[in-house]
Design a protein around this ligand. Structure first.
Ligand code: FAD
Ligand code: PHB
Length: 395
């Protein structure tokens, strides 16, 4: 078996990359560990930046997103009782973000990919093992239905998330990993209830951080900061609703509509970057190469710039015989990644309880006062939240 680009992982990164390549006539095979239903059911990202929105359109999978996605001009930040709105669009020359769930985006991508003649998807691929990428003869070994297969390819794209096989296959002396694990997680709940507000609310409260997000006008997604030792079974729905209401200003708490959870899960918070993102003929893309805490809504949006840079570089290689962009992929992608790692870390640090001494909260309040009282402060939040531009010189 041979293909041009062997892709490990059929999440948003692998699917969208395959589509962008296909539209330039480049063939790929995607090896995905799970089945389609499993990948589509993962409740994760909810907010798309302009860059990801444009990439979906470029991949010709943006029609439903454009019809059903909700464009937002602002976010609300609260500190104990205080409520402040950050006018994202007003402070960034009209930039907006879009509420469109990763579940929906993944479904749209699979609909396109599975009817695309340039793309083959192998579901339930077992024990995928990238080989030969440092020696210039890349191949993917994997098992399927009890048989062992070998896929020879020109390039390997590791799009298999934080726990995948691609980064793990890189010799330890070739890679540097930067990591911070936060001393708390997010307990998330999805419910078929109207969102408490028409914009997202990020709340810093003495009891811990809370976030009110949504998937549509009738579906809410809420989070509360919890300790790392918390267990899901100790959080029946009623306890979650009581807790999030306590962490919100009265005017929101009073009108919160509760209902049974459709999904509930706890996610740990982590900052992680691998350097470099290229190892011979293997590239890391998306969560396989970097993780940010979800506070800035950046994870999927960072995968977007990786996909954009790598697809641009591979298209230049196949269409023009150029390898200069492939050589620049890692360095270019990492610049935007570190900017988002910094913002996500900072936004986490000003909005969560770290269990520190009394001075921690006073300093957070002073920072909140400063940011909200300053156009520069508000603009800093807005510019980073709507997302930094892709590097226009990468072509
Ligand atoms: P993944 O989605 O992890 O996909 C990797 C795929 O590879 C999976 O399908 C997996 O099954 C497959 N795979 C793994 N290992 C193997 C293997 N060995 N062999 C074959 N296949 C394999 N981001 C945002 O931009 N905005 C948000 O609002 C946001 N909110 C979030 C909220 C939460 C609670 C969480 C947890 C994340 C959030 N994110 C957000 C982050 C976002 O979900 C991720 O950044 C995104 O899923 C990355 O996509 P990916 O395709 O790179 O990786
Ligand atoms: C979500 O809707 O899941 C979401 C929104 C914003 C974030 C993180 C998660 O910052």
């Amino acid at each position: 078996m041979h293909t041009q680009v062997g892709i490990i992982g059929g999440g948003p990164s692998g699917l969208c990359l395959a589509r962008l390549l296909s539209l330039a006539g480049i063939e790929s095979v995607i090896l995905e560990r799970h089945d389609r239903a499993h990948v589509e059911a993962r409740i994760r990202a909810g907010i798309l930046e302009q860059g990801m929105i444009e990439l979906m359109r470029r991949a010709r999978v943006g029609d439903r997103m454009d019809r059903e996605g909700l464009l937002h001009d602002g976010i609300v930040l609260t500190f104990d009782g205080r409520v402040e709105r950050v006018d994202l669009a007003g402070l960034t020359g009209g930039k907006q973000v879009m509420v469109y769930g990763q579940t929906e985006l993944t479904r749209d991508l699979y609909d396109a990919v599975l009817s695309d003649a340039n793309i083959t998807v192998v579901f339930e691929a077992r024990d995928v093992q990238p080989e030969g990428f440092l020696e210039g003869r890349p191949a993917l070994e994997f098992g399927k239905d009890g048989q062992q297969h070998r896929l020879v390819c020109d390039w390997i794209a590791g799009c298999d998330g934080y726990h995948g096989a691609s980064r793990a296959a890189v010799p330890r002396d070739r890679i540097t990993e930067f990591e911070r694990v936060y001393p708390f997680g997010w307990l998330g709940l999805l419910a078929e209830t109207p969102p408490v507000h028409d914009e997202l609310i990020y709340s810093n409260h003495e009891r811990g951080f809370a976030l009110c997000s949504m998937r549509s006008h009738t579906r809410s997604r809420y989070y509360v900061q919890v300790g790392l030792d918390e267990k899901l079974e100790d959080w029946p729905d009623d306890r979650f609703w009581d807790e999030i209401r306590r962490r919100l200003p009265e005017r929101f708490a009073a009108k919160m509509v509760t209902g049974p959870a459709i999904e509930k899960s706890i996610a740990p918070l982590r900052s992680f970057v691998a350097e470099p993102l290229r190892f011979g003929k293997l590239f890391l893309v998306g969560d396989a190469g970097h993780i940010v805490p979800p506070t800035g809504a950046k994870g999927l949006n960072l995968a977007a710039s990786d996909m954009y840079y790598l697809s641009t570089a591979l298209i230049a290689f196949y269409q023009q015989g150029r390898s200069d962009l492939l050589d620049r992929y890692s360095e270019t992608a990492l610049r935007r990644i570190w900017a988002a790692v910094r913002f996500s870390w900072w936004f986490t640090s000003i909005s969560h309880r770290f269990g520190g001494d009394a001075i921690e909260r006073r300093i957070q309040l002073a920072e909140f006062d400063y940011l909200m009282g300053s156009t520069a402060g508000r603009t800093t939040i807005a510019e980073n939240y709507v997302g930094l531009a892709f590097d226009a010189s990468f072509r």
